[in-house]
Design a protein around this ligand. Structure first.
Ligand code: BJW
Length: 234
């Protein structure tokens, strides 16, 4: 098991998924009771679904934005922030999560590869904004005032995740890659472990149950993100 005081480890990349925010009370996607249990992702999380039924998609994301105000960061978010602050080398955090719990848990650097729930993207002018409350196809864009241009600033299936150049540079330079609370079902994130391994990094999966890509990891810690990260970073 790699230890953080091992001098051969100077650069860590941490990938987080919905399991890290689960203990804060945010539903994951694919667990029992998860977001996709009552919704077909292809009817919500694709550009085609948004074109077909924008009202449904706005409702889904407005409800999740409201929920963000009811939850607070947990010990897993705080442990990662502490590692970023106190580790002598570099700790790069890339999250698939669209919530803001890493930031609220104290992380100054967070790379949101699947976007941010609090933000909207205007398809008319490309501007990004934080709306005061719920929004829909009638809400004018605060930048260009066009109506009907605002969409959730999240990455749907078939769209290119954000910051890929930066992430790939980090994966090629790290000595240790850790994935926490992700099912390993969604690409390209599920393939990051192979990219990091190919460049010689040690790899560790931390999850409540074995993920789909767990055989690609060198080290495993099974359990809750709060407990496992707490022990690792203590
Ligand atoms: C706990 C816990 C606790 C619970 N403690 N653990 C290669 C092969 C096959 C298909 C593809 C491929 N490459 C691309 C594709 C297509 C597609 C894809 O992956 N499809 C799969 C379904 C097969 N990918 C895409 O379309 C992506 N774009 C793309 O690939 O562009 C081209 C490209 C090519 C090459 C390079 C780069 C780009 C875009 C994917 C966008 C995903 N979007 C969503 C929605 C975002 C907005 C929103 O939030 O609504 O992102 S889908 C959803 O899944 C969300 C998540 O970020 C993502 C991952 O989910 P996550 O985080 O893993 O959650 P769960 O629920 O699946 O798992 C939670 C885990 O936590 C579980 O394992 C639990 O056990 C665990 N857990 N409590 C520890 N307390």
């Amino acid at each position: 098991m790699p230890a953080f005081n091992d001098r051969s480890i100077g650069h860590i990349v941490i990938l987080t998924g919905a399991g890290v925010s689960a203990e804060s009370g945010l539903a994951t996607f694919r667990d029992a009771g998860g977001l996709w249990e009552n919704h077909d992702p292809m009817e919500i999380a694709t550009p085609e679904a948004f074109a077909r039924d924008p009202a449904l998609v706005y409702r889904f994301y407005n409800a999740r934005r409201e929920k963000l105000d009811e939850v607070t960061p947990n010990d897993a978010h705080r442990a990662i922030a502490r590692l970023q602050r106190e580790f002598a080398g570099e700790v790069f955090l890339v999250t698939q999560n669209v919530d803001d719990l890493h930031e609220r848990g104290g992380s100054d650097q967070v790379c949101h590869m699947h976007g941010e729930l609090r933000q909207v993207l205007c398809e008319a002018c490309g501007g990004r904004h934080i709306p005061a409350g719920a929004y829909n196809q009638e809400t004018p864009c605060p930048g260009c005032h066009v109506r009907g241009g605002l969409r959730p600033d999240v990455v749907w299936f078939g769209e290119m995740p954000y910051h890929m150049d930066c992430i790939e540079a980090q994966l090629s330079a790290c000595d240790l890659f850790i994935a926490v609370g992700t099912s390993g079902q969604v690409y390209p994130a599920a393939g990051f472990v192979r990219q990091a391994s190919a460049f010689g990094a040690q790899t560790m999966a931390i999850n409540r149950e074995p993920s789909d890509n767990s055989s690609w990891f060198g080290h495993h810690r099974q359990g809750l993100a709060t407990e496992q990260l707490g022990q690792l970073v203590e």
